[in-house]
Design a binder for this molecule. Structure first.
Ligand SMILES: C[S@@+](CC[C@H](N)C(=O)[O-])C[C@H]1O[C@@H](n2cnc3c(N)ncnc32)[C@H](O)[C@@H]1O
Length: 161
């Protein structure tokens, strides 16, 4: 991959879950095998690795996969919903809103922690029906995502019944 392409997959605050979220979920992921679903180039995997026994990623974009592997992360190139999903104890998912529900539905019946897009009513309705528990963590300042400026980061917990 050329240098320019590599740069496009460098860490950007709008593309990765904030590090503090790994600290907040640390008691849950401690000593577990965690899969970052749609892991991009692995920045959040780094934060999860502080606590988890093992972190595996799956990502559909090949350039992001290559960059993440260069960084030393265990990333499978694949599309959730089409390809096999790595086996893990817990899944972490923060993917683009149009894919989020499809991706969650494709995962095994195991604990799932979801980066919540709280401005998307369809996602909220889905999570409510599934009886997910959501925690809102304010004061993330100017983190951007597809919704625009994010002052609050939400995480939802979806556990098998
Ligand atoms: C917003 S980034 C999140 C990166 C990281 N998971 C985090 O939370 O910091 C979302 C990533 O999910 C990937 N993605 C979306 N749908 C996917 C799917 N069905 N299978 C694999 N990767 C997917 C996108 O290519 C993108 O790189």
């Amino acid at each position: 991959m050329d240098e320019e392409n590599l740069k496009s997959f460098e860490a950007g605050p709008f593309l990765y879950t904030p590090e503090a979220i790994a600290d907040i979920i640390s008691p849950i992921i401690k000593d577990k095998i965690v899969c970052d679903v749609g892991c991009r180039a692995g920045i959040f995997m780094k934060h999860l690795s502080k606590y988890a026994k093992e972190v595996i990623g799956i990502e559909q974009e090949v350039n992001a996969v290559m960059k993440g592997r260069e960084r030393g992360y265990n990333i499978i190139h694949g599309k959730v919903g089409v390809d096999n999903i790595p086996d893990a104890d817990i899944y972490y998912v923060w993917v683009n809103p149009p894919n989020l529900v499809l991706v969650i539905e494709a995962l095994p019946n195991k604990p799932i922690i979801i980066g919540n897009y709280h401005k998307y009513p369809k996602i909220q309705k889905y999570l409510k029906e599934k009886e997910a528990i959501t925690l809102y963590i304010p004061s993330f300042g100017f983190i951007k995502n597809e919704c625009g400026q994010l002052n609050t980061f939400g995480i939802s917990f979806l556990w098998p019944k």
